[in-house]
Design a protein. Structure first.
Ligand SMILES: NC(=O)c1ccc[n+]([C@@H]2O[C@H](COP(=O)([O-])OP(=O)(O)OC[C@H]3O[C@@H](n4cnc5c(N)ncnc54)[C@H](OP(=O)(O)O)[C@@H]3O)[C@@H](O)[C@H]2O)c1
Length: 306
C-alpha cells in the first residue's frame, strides 16, 4: 500500500529561485531538524527560531551541521509563548533586510495535564497559532513575491470541538481551558482555518504567496513528552516500528508546500487535500481570522507602546 505520495524536489518553485532563504520555528525539534537538514543539502540558507540557542547550536554541531556567522544556519532565540518576545524578534529580524522564500511554522506544544491552568492555555495557543500569525503578518514586507508559507498542522484538528457559538464568543475561543488534548486539537484547527482565510485576505495584496497547512503524519517525537506514561512508553519503544519517521514527515511537508497544483490555503494529509473544520462556513473562517488578527494587533501595538 502506498501511503506517501511520490516526493519530488525538482520543480522550479523549489529549485529555480532567485534566493533560497527559509525561516523555521522549532527547527531544532524532531521534525524541525529534518527540514533544516534537507533544505541545507539543497542549497538553502536557514534561520531557525529556537527556545534555546545554546541547545540548538550543540544539537546541530553534534549532527555535523556547521552553524553561526558565515554558515548557512543561523539561530534566533525566542520563546514563542510570549507574544511581546515574538514581536521583538520579528522587529529585529526585519532589520537584517533578508528576503524570505519559505516560512515554516513548525513549532508546536502539547502541554502537560498536571500543569494545566490559564497560563498553560494561553502559552499553548500562542505557540501553536498566534505567534506564527504574528510572524506572518509582520514579515509580509520581507517575504519573496513567490513565497511559500507552510503551516504544520495536525490530523488531531478533526477531533477539535469548536462550535459556531464558541466562535461568536470571541477570545474565549482562543483561551478557554478545555484540557490539553482538546486545546491542542482546537489550536491546530484554528491554525488551518487561519491559513485558509489568510490566502483570501492576501489575494490582491500578495497574489504570489502560497499558504499550505500539512499534517506531517504521526511521528514519535518530543511533542509527546507531556503525555501519560503509557503513551510515552509506546511512543518511544513500540510505535517507532509502525509510525512515520521524522525525515519522511519533513519531506512530505516540504514537497506539499512546493506543489503548484494545490488550491492556495489547502489543508493536506498524505498529499491529499482534506476538508478541515467541515462545519465552518465563510463567515466562521472570517470570524476566526478576525480573532487571531486582534491578538496579533494587540501584541504589536503593546510593543510600540513600550
Ligand atoms: N509528532 C507528531 O506525531 C505530530 C503529529 C501532528 C502534528 N505535529 C506537529 O509537528 C510540529 C513539530 O512537532 P514535533 O513532532 O517535531 O515535536 P517536537 O520535537 O516537540 O518539536 C516541536 C518544536 O517546537 C518548539 N517549541 C515548543 N514550544 C516552544 C516555545 N515556547 N518557543 C519556541 N519553540 C517552541 C520545540 O522547542 P522546545 O523543545 O524548546 O520546546 C521544538 O523545537 C508541531 O507543530 C506538531 O504539533 C506533530
Amino acid at each position: 500500500m502506498q501511503i506517501l505520495p511520490k516526493l519530488d524536489f525538482t520543480n522550479s518553485a523549489f529549485n529555480n529561485r532567485a534566493s533560497k532563504i527559509a525561516l523555521i520555528t522549532g527547527g531544532d525539534g524532531t521534525i524541525g531538524h529534518k527540514f533544516v537538514e534537507h533544505l541545507i543539502t539543497r542549497g538553502w540558507f536557514i534561520h531557525v527560531v529556537t527556545s534555546s540557542r545554546t541547545r540548538a547550536e550543540d544539537f546541530f554541531t553534534s549532527h555535523g551541521i556547521p552553524n553561526g556567522p558565515a554558515t548557512k544556519l543561523h539561530f534566533h532565540e525566542c520563546d514563542l509563548s510570549k507574544l511581546d518576545k515574538v514581536a521583538q524578534f520579528v522587529g529585529d529580524f526585519k532589520k537584517e533586510n533578508l528576503q524570505i522564500d519559505l516560512v515554516i511554522c513548525n513549532a508546536g506544544v502539547l502541554h502537560p495535564r498536571d500543569m494545566w491552568n490559564d497560563q498553560a492555555v494561553a502559552d499553548g495557543m500562542n505557540v501553536n497559532v498566534i505567534s506564527h500569525a504574528l510572524m506572518i503578518e509582520s514579515l509580509h514586507p520581507v517575504l519573496a513575491r513567490d513565497n511559500r508559507i507552510l503551516l504544520v498542522g495536525s490530523c488531531c484538528s478533526h477531533g477539535a470541538f469548536v462550535t459556531k457559538r464558541m466562535i461568536k464568543s470571541g477570545t474565549q475561543l482562543l483561551y478557554s481551558a478545555a484540557g490539553p488534548y482538546q486545546a491542542y486539537a482546537s489550536s491546530k484547527l484554528l491554525l488551518a482555518s487561519y491559513g485558509e482565510q489568510l490566502t483570501l485576505s492576501m489575494r490582491t495584496s500578495h497574489p504570489g504567496h502560497q499558504v499550505i497547512t500539512v499534517h506531517p503524519g504521526v511521528v514519535p517525537s518530543g511533542l509527546y513528552r507531556n503525555t501519560n506514561p503509557i503513551t510515552r512508553f509506546a511512543t518511544a519503544f513500540i510505535l517507532p516500528f509502525f509510525l512515520r519517521n521524522a525525515e519522511d514527515a519533513a519531506l512530505l511537508c516540504l514537497h506539499t508546500a512546493f506543489r503548484d497544483d494545490l488550491p492556495n490555503g489547502s489543508y493536506c494529509e498524505d498529499g491529499k487535500v482534506v476538508r478541515c473544520g467541515t462545519k465552518f462556513d465563510k463567515e466562521d473562517l472570517s470570524a476566526i481570522y478576525g480573532l487571531i488578527q486582534k491578538e496579533v494587533q494587540t501584541a504589536l501595538s503593546d510593543k510600540k507602546n513600550l
